[in-house]
Write a protein that binds this ligand. Structure first.
Ligand SMILES: Cc1ncc(COP(=O)(O)O)c(C=O)c1O
Length: 403
């Protein structure tokens, strides 16, 4: 059961918009469908000025069915031909993640005689220009080192695609890493303009976070208890005793906690404000927001996570339903723990044996599992049949001993 608050969504959009206003920036806010998949939420969202970021055919169909026009749809994620064609046909903006996707799209436009498609190039692998910032490789986007080659291809496909901007989406909570990426995007836009292209937007993806806890001590207590459980000082407190990256090496705690921080005082619109207020080293330390404004670039953002509650009820031994799991982050397919799109799509993914994500990758507060009693396996013994051949039969349990 998912508990969602559709009336809240307009307020969330407005909070993000207030940061745009504060920095005098224009541009669109695309809420990520994967974290806001409920039809009630989409119907609430369609009455606002925001758009939606879709990452599959099911999500695109759902958004269009809830009343979003293509100018309010951003198509990102892996592009199967079934997803790419309707995205291009309807006129959504497409975020490209590889040169292969660009080739595929250009071929589609040519063969099907489609109108020119608006595209963003999603980039990754940005290097800091000043102080060293440790950055992790992003799963999303074209390595920045390949920008030159990709821009040449964009130039060749000018009849098929219109480059409207560049983008990034980083799988990190670090604003310093995001600032490096935003600065890198500003440099990439300069590069585009130097080649006679006219991009006008930077899409900074999602990852603004949500603060789920009232005070820091709650989070400290949880992580301390998790460490104690890893060290075997108390019973496991996660599903399957999952350690979230920690390990016990001869009584010493090692590893790094790979968990979404549930306590985040700077989250959501405050995170966006913090990011935009950071200095860009390559541009003389000027604020990122100032640079966007001076170049009259539009800012696109794709906030995803929202506070909410998903409860799965399972009958307990006495036949009463009990709350088995509470996920405060997003809606997931109950069968495989994947971010679930509309139900039909979720079933489709399971049916096709799609990527099964380990639900333990997420922040779930599962009660410890009770081990199930194992059915006793028969022990087999070889015996001779009447025809003289051999066959296997279960060995008889030994007769109880006489007292
Ligand atoms: C392209 C894209 N945009 C936005 C989001 C939303 O991210 P978050 O929920 O961390 O804000 C995601 C989530 O994976 C994403 O892949």
């Amino acid at each position: 059961m998912g508990v969602v608050l559709p009336d809240q969504i307009g307020e969330n959009v407005e909070l993000f918009r207030s940061v745009y206003r504060k920095h005098h920036l224009s541009g669109q806010i695309f809420l990520a469908h994967k974290a806001n998949r409920s039809s009630a939420l989409l119907r609430g969202l369609v009455t606002t000025e925001a758009g939606v970021d879709v990452a599959s055919l099911g999500e695109l169909q759902h958004a269009l069915g809830c009343g979003f026009g293509p100018e309010r749809v951003m198509a990102t994620g892996p592009k199967s031909p079934e997803f790419l064609w309707p995205a291009a046909r309807t006129g959504a903006t497409i975020g490209l993640d590889s040169p292969a996707e660009l080739d595929q799209l250009a071929a589609l436009v040519r063969i099907q005689g489609l109108p020119r498609v608006r595209v963003l190039l999603r980039l990754s692998g940005f290097e800091p220009s000043g102080v060293k910032v440790l950055t992790r490789r992003s799963r999303f986007g074209i390595p920045i080192g390949e920008l030159d080659a990709v821009l040449k291809t964009v130039g060749r496909y000018d009849h098929a695609v219109e480059l409207t901007g560049v983008a990034y989406h980083l799988d990190t909570t670090s604003p310093a890493e995001k600032a490096v990426a935003l600065e890198g995007c500003l440099m990439a836009l300069e590069e585009c303009r130097g080649r006679g292209l006219a991009p006008r937007a930077v899409d900074i993806g999602g990852g603004f976070g949500v603060n789920y806890l009232a005070d820091h001590a709650q989070w400290e207590r949880y992580t301390t208890e998790l460490a104690n459980a890893v060290l075997g000082r108390c019973p496991p407190l996660t599903w399957g005793g999952h350690h979230y990256g920690l390990r016990d090496e001869d009584g010493t705690l090692r590893g790094a906690l790979g968990l979404y921080p549930a306590y985040r005082p700077v989250a959501g619109e405050r995170y966006l404000d913090d990011l935009l207020s950071r200095p860009a080293t390559a541009f003389g330390g000027r604020e990122l927001a100032t640079l966007l404004l001076e170049h009259l670039y539009d800012l696109y953002a794709e906030p995803g996570r929202r506070p909410g509650l998903a409860v799965r009820a399972q009958p307990c031994s006495r036949g009463r339903p009990v709350a088995r799991h509470a996920d405060l982050t997003r809606s997931r397919c109950p069968e495989n723990g994947m971010d679930a799109g509309p139900d039909a799509e979720c079933e489709e993914k399971i049916g096709k044996g799609g990527r099964k994500k380990d639900p333990r990758d997420y922040l779930h507060a599962y009660p410890p599992r009770r081990p199930r009693p194992r059915a006793r396996q028969p022990v087999w013994t070889r015996c001779r049949t009447a025809s003289g051949s051999h066959r296997l039969r279960p060995r008889r349990p030994p007769a109880p001993r006489a007292q």
